[in-house]
Design a protein around this ligand. Sequence first.
Ligand SMILES: [Zn+2]
Length: 146
Amino acid sequence: MKLTEHFTLEEFTRSITATRLKIDNHVPDDLMVNIHLTANKLESVREALAHPIIISSGYRCPALNNKVGGSQTSAHTKGLAVDFQCAYGNPKQICQRLIMAGVEFDKIIQEYNQWVHIEFSHTNQRRRVLTAVKQNGKTIYLPGLI
Ligand SMILES: [Zn+2]
């Protein structure tokens, strides 16, 4: 199902983990409003980067979120966050570009130099910027881009 010019619902729900564990990761009707918001905001992200963005994790139902070790309050479970990569550059370069271009987001996290987590809000986009790193096997979040 097409959501916007460049994004489909399938990109938000597909998950290797969900498929492997036979978890039904469909989006409940009441969360579709969030998915639409996220897809619309991602169009601005795509435009700023001038390259397609590859969503590695979008919506996660609670069962899937538990399996991948997501936080209980993860915006992924509300359809308001995606993890992505983009041929534009590495995660730090992508974050820098989004900040410079004035793209609206509530929070971006440069995660482990592997991907970018971006999340949105229906109200104010606070444009918070964090970097996730592993220290002694635990994830910690540092302010800004590192
Ligand atoms: Zn994420």
